[in-house]
Design a protein around this ligand. Sequence first.
Ligand code: AMP
Length: 579
Amino acid sequence: MTLSKFSSLGIKPAILKTIQNLGYEAPTPIQAMCIPVLLSGKNLLGTAQTGTGKTAAFALPLLSQLDDKQETPQILVLTPTRELAIQVAEAFQSYARNVSGFQVLPIYGGVDISVQLRGLKRSTQVVVGTPGRILDHLRRRSLNLSQIKTLVLDEADEMLRMGFIDDVEKILSQTSIECQRALFSATMPSRIKNIADTYLGDAQHVSISAKTRTVAQIKQNYLTLRSHQKLDALTRILEVEPFDGMLIFVRTKSATLEIAEKLEARGYTSAALNGDLSQSAREGTLKRLKQGSLDIVVATDVAARGLDVKRISHVINYDVPYDNESYVHRIGRTGRAGREGRAIIFVTQKESRLLRSIEKSTRQRIVPFKLPSSSEVRDLRIQQITERLVRTSKKPELTKFRALVDSISAQNGIDATEIAAILIYEGQKDRPIFPTNINCDIKHGDTFLTQKLKKRNKSTSANSAHGPSDSCRSKHPLKRKVTKNQSKKRYFVPNDVSSNIKMLKYRIEVGRDDGITAANIVGAIANEAGIQSHYIGQIKLQKNFSTVHLPEGMPRQLFTHLRKVKIRQKELKISLINS
Ligand code: AMP
């Protein structure tokens, strides 16, 4: 755990102010290590994965050093996918909220190039893009790298996996020798190491220590879900898990307040614990927790440092920790004084790598948590409400209320059953008796969904009769997700990862003789079609054509677009193979 503060790292005041407003309490370990290196102008080689706070680790120092006079782009970030390009561009935009005149431009394939050409003509300080499209702009001379001061390669191993590494090298070779370079990668395959050796010189190497630690006495579970499902999942855990004291970890100060408030609204006594609290308020909260007048505390890592309360039976990692050290520290708040403890971690699909790395470093398995189904929750809630009604029915003061019900009923023509139904409905809004099913996206026993999907895609046969359709919305599991920056026609991502996705076999007119690899195909289709790469199924390279399995229900416009997409200057001319 790092003890450093953002204010001591040398970040510009305007950016510090934004971080404060975002509720970030302290730099994550990767940030504490990278920010000084990047501010000093050195090259950096970072082993870090998504979820560690790596975007801010490079965005904050680079934004702190922008030259307000330069009108051409100063920072170029290369990402493997357009989703990541958008995400990184949005992060820059939000961190630079208080920097006047700041502009960032995301650049990726699959959208009309003219919008990007116009964007590049305006003064833009930061360009974030996928390698193929950046190269396109270099060829057209709409982008000039000679004035770029820092080049960041984000998720370099993914760029390698998706077949972009040659493009990345071409781009690297066009930056000036004085250009500062930072390369982030979750893993360091030899090709990435070679690139680092060639282009990063004596870069400072930064990685989060992966010490192995044992965490006996603590039963560990995980739950894979989507961010918006976390609160519902937490509420269900609170209902079914017998707990004494509970500590819930979130990432920001604002989240401690938000979650504590939401739990209060659902009838749980809870309090926030964050670094903004005075020492006496913090001590007050801990005292109440120790004495049992408070059961749930929602905390940031900083505020919970060293916390020792024996009755904490559960630790919930509502947001994943930034590194394995913080995880071990967090869960060590339970299982105190020889008692048994339980730790549950919420992970989104893209954070599954972190889970694997925690398992590796603690040498312990984290097993899936069995979340109760909607019908189990319904039955429990009905039982609770029935018990409450029966208890209250014995209270003498009800006489007046019976008369009130009779009078409302007579005056409004609503019978007593109707009134009872209305009151129960009104009273259960925060904990609905008939909850919607949140299990649909939570797949138990499946830590690494991506791998499973890949396996399934490989074994899926391609003998479906369906071809490209005009709508993918209604009839299959791929639901479109459109953000304001993306082409509505082309982007779709699977919504329900647990459903069976039907794969269709397509032919594309590029093959081995064109010098392509399967990774080139994955990269081109993933970025042009907006399909996450793990939904691209089996690829077979032939002499002068190839076949690829793609999810059923491709919108017609996308199909037309993909026909014209080029790999190694040759159009794909994609067509469906009927078998
Ligand atoms: P990343 O690893 O860059 O994908 O970041 C993961 C998440 O952590 C993002 O939602 C960030 O907003 C958040 N984050 C990054 N740095 C901090 C910090 N120092 N404190 C709290 N949250 C952070």
